[in-house]
Design a protein around this ligand. Structure first.
Ligand code: GLU
Length: 354
């Protein structure tokens, strides 16, 4: 039988890292067995559905490069299927309608249909897993408590629940399931904080299908982010930061895309610096050395300008301040290489003009 798995987020907004782990695990499970991944949107519970929630999830999946083969299948559009299943359970004496009109399992009383006729997550999830011919459910272990009930519901509607594999959750530093209050919890948070998608994806790929809960390893996530930035081509890094391609060498040491964008700003459009008179001799010497070079310096040429400047007692901090307006930032040789000659001369002149 062909493998069919599903990723079934509730549309509550950007995916949490733990949900994203489930998505990656399902994608890999499908790929390893030449199977199919169905995206299902669990939107039967109005209190867990937020406007734009589905779009946010689609955006996160695309950002993480997690493709799906079928869907999105929206539970809100499949009410008739759930009502039919509940009716089958009633006919089979596995469920009954209470005085208020809700349909409940006889054994244990779990609600299948609310009194307004809408399906609960438990019923909808089981009916969909059967109807979509899911062969394995791969999900977080926070759903382990649902397993027995879902097995009973599957039997009540005349089917059998597929094999279910629960994986460990990602926990915050306090040992609790990662949630909004931990920060760095959602894919949108991570994107905003400048983590490149390749780094986040690598982190999730390395976690695989953890048997037990794991604590979010922020230092490792940061390391993978730095590695991912380092592995980008100049063109990729230019696109990811919006920086001009000439400025990219100066972004190389950045540990996040936010930092890379800050570096780009220092190189491309710094706030002007005004330096004290004792910086004048350094900047005049720098201007002489730089004026003799081509429009754009190579890394070697740039390093050699700085070496010569240092050899005559130049203060490199003044050069950095004059060129970037900041005391810290990218490596100075990379700044000198990224700023074109005339622009460099103008900044050096301006810094000591007043
Ligand atoms: N909508 C549920 C969730 O987001 C899916 C649970 C399941 O995979 O069965 O946790």
């Amino acid at each position: 039988m062909a493998v069919r798995v599903r990723f079934a987020p509730s549309p509550t907004g950007s995916l949490h890292l733990g949900n994203a782990l489930t998505a990656v695990a399902n994608r890999r499970f499908a790929d390893e067995q030449d199977g199919v991944l169905v995206l299902r949107i669990d939107d039967t519970d109005p209190t867990r559905t937020v406007a734009g929630g589905e779009e946010a999830i689609l955006q996160d999946l695309a950002w993480l490069d997690i493709g799906f083969d079928e869907g999105p299948v929206r539970q809100s559009e499949r009410g008739a299927l759930y009502a039919e299943a509940a009716a089958r359970a009633i006919v089979g004496h596995a469920a009954e309608r209470d005085q208020e009109g809700a349909v409940r399992l006889r054994d244990g009383g779990a609600t299948l249909l609310r009194k307004d006729g809408t399906a609960t997550y438990q019923l909808a999830s089981v009916v969909d897993d059967l109807d979509l011919e899911i062969t394995q459910v791969v999900r977080g272990s926070d759903h382990r408590p649902n397993l027995e009930l879902q097995r009973r519901i599957a039997r009540a509607v005349g089917g059998q629940l597929p094999e279910v594999i629960h994986h460990g959750l990602i926990l915050g530093s306090d040992g609790k399931k990662l949630s909004k209050r931990h920060g760095h919890a959602s894919i949108a948070d991570l994107r905003r904080e400048g983590f490149p998608s390749e780094g986040v994806r690598a982190y999730l790929d390395q976690l695989g299908l953890p048997e037990h809960d794991v604590q979010l390893d922020l230092p490792r996530l940061r390391r993978l982010a730095t590695d991912a930035i380092a592995a980008m081509s100049d063109a990729e890094l230019a696109t990811a930061t919006g920086a001009p391609i000439e400025a990219v060498p100066a972004l190389r040491g950045a540990r996040s895309l936010v930092e890379a964008r800050e570096y780009a700003k220092l190189v491309v459009a710094p706030v002007g610096a005004s330096l004290p008179p004792d910086a004048r001799s350094t900047l005049e010497r720098f201007a002489e050395l730089r004026a003799a070079g081509p429009d754009h310096l190579s890394a070697d040429e740039s390093r050699s300008v700085l070496r010569e400047l240092k050899a005559v007692g130049g203060d490199l901090r003044s050069v950095r301040l004059a060129l970037t307006g900041a005391a810290k930032g990218p490596e100075l040789w990379a700044v000198v290489a990224a700023v074109p000659r005339d622009e460099a001369l103008a900044r050096a002149g301006h810094a000591v003009a007043s």
